[in-house]
Structures are given as structure tokens and as C-alpha cells.
Design a protein around this ligand. Structure first.
Ligand code: AMP
Length: 199
């Protein structure tokens, strides 16, 4: 099963992905984490990407698509992937669909984590203290939230057209959010997806 965790910065995508991946044998692929690894290792890609990341802007499509393509065939991804923070553009969504289709796979579900802005700000402030991410400042956060609204308005309708977007109330505590996600995943795996079957 291949799923996307979709939501604004601070929605809990990474936290939930880490809980779910072990339970379901799925592999979390976070383009944000991969980019931060490149930044920390001071690779050319990382040095270039840091500029966009610190500005709260998106890095170019070919960069993130390439990172996903490099990992999709790893053994850990064979049972399915939790895409975390990817795709963020329709071009990325289309590239992902192509990549999966070539392997006889498709995105089965898009879990859309919904959290109010005021709660996101608090979580980001907390994460800034815990993780020291250079883009977790109030100013950059506002830009990332604007970027999110912009790309969500394009990417979600793309998946809505396939009737695979499921809302998750991300305001609840971590265990409760996990429970909601598991319910949807269980339904998704037993569901014959009539909308998809009918094309
Ligand atoms: P995240 O950890 O997912 O919030 O990502 C941190 C930053 O990495 C974002 O603000 C973007 O600058 C960049 N980034 C992560 N994933 C993508 C993506 N799929 N497309 C473009 N930029 C991305």
C-alpha cells in the first residue's frame, strides 16, 4: 500500500509516519528529511537547497523527484511507502504516479492532516527548541504555511479527482491521531476501491 501523508508544517506527518511505518511494514520517505541530510553533509545539492528551505520556498521538482526515484526500489519500500512532504506540486504528483505505475503500484490513499494555524505555530516553536531546525522560525513558518496553502490548493484537487483523499483531525493527541489513521488504513486495505476499479 502506498500512501501520502499530506498536511501543513507541524501537522504531525513525520511523527505519525514513524509510528505507522513499523506497524504496517511501510517505509517513510520524507523529502524534507532527505534534504536536511544533504544540507548537513554540505553536498552541492544541500548547499543549493538550503537557500530555498530557509526562505520557506519549495526546492525544484527535479531535485525531490530524483531523491524519491533513488529510493523507491530499495527493499524497504517493497511493501509500500508513506510519502511524507511529497508530492508538493502537480508535476511531482504526476512523476510519482508514473514511477509507481511502472512498478504496478499506485497511490492508494492521501491522508490529509488538518490542524488549526494557532496550534501549528505552537508546535513549530516547540520543535525549534527540540530539533533546532533553521527553518522553524516564526517568520519562515509563515512563508511555509503560505506555500502550503498554495500547493495544497493544487495538489489536493488532483487526488480528490481520484476520490482517495481522507481527512484526519490532527488537533487531537498523538495516539488519537494514530487511531484515526489506522482505521482509514484498515478500511483502505480491505476496500476494493470501487471508484478506482471503475476507472
Ligand atoms: P518539510 O520537512 O517537509 O517541512 O520540508 C522542509 C523544506 O524542504 C520545505 O520547506 C521545502 O523547502 C523543502 N521540501 C521538502 N519537500 C519538498 C518537496 N516535495 N518539494 C519541494 N520542496 C520540498
Amino acid at each position: 500500500m502506498d500512501v501520502i501523508f499530506f498536511g501543513p508544517p507541524g501537522a504531525g506527518k513525520g511523527t505519525q509516519a514513524k509510528i505507522i511505518e513499523d506497524k504496517y511494514g511501510l517505509k517513510q520517505l520524507s523529502t524534507g528529511d532527505m534534504l536536511r541530510e544533504e544540507v548537513n553533509a554540505k553536498t552541492d545539492l544541500g548547499i543549493e537547497a538550503k537557500k530555498q528551505m530557509d526562505a520557506g520556498a519549495l526546492v525544484p521538482d527535479d531535485v525531490v523527484i530524483g531523491m524519491i526515484a533513488n529510493r523507491i526500489d530499495s527493499r524497504e519500500c517493497a511493501k509500500g511507502v508513506i510519502f511524507d512532504g511529497f508530492p508538493r506540486t502537480v508535476a511531482q504528483a504526476e512523476a510519482l504516479a508514473d514511477m509507481l505505475a511502472k512498478r504496478g503500484r499506485k497511490i492508494n490513499l492521501v491522508l490529509s492532516l488538518q490542524v488549526e494555524d494557532s496550534a501549528l505555530v505552537k508546535r513549530i516553536e516547540q520543535r525549534a527548541i527540540q530539533e533546532g531546525r533553521s527553518d522553524d522560525t516564526v517568520e519562515t513558518f509563515k512563508k511555509r504555511l503560505d506555500a502550503y496553502r498554495d500547493y495544497a490548493a493544487k495538489v489536493l484537487p488532483h487526488y480528490n479527482a481520484q476520490a482517495i483523499v481522507k481527512p484526519v483531525d490532527g488537533m487531537r493527541d498523538i495516539a488519537d491521531v494514530t487511531e484515526q489513521i489506522e482505521k482509514i488504513l484498515k478500511q483502505g486495505s480491505s476496500d476494493s476501491s470501487p471508484a478506482c476499479a471503475m476507472g
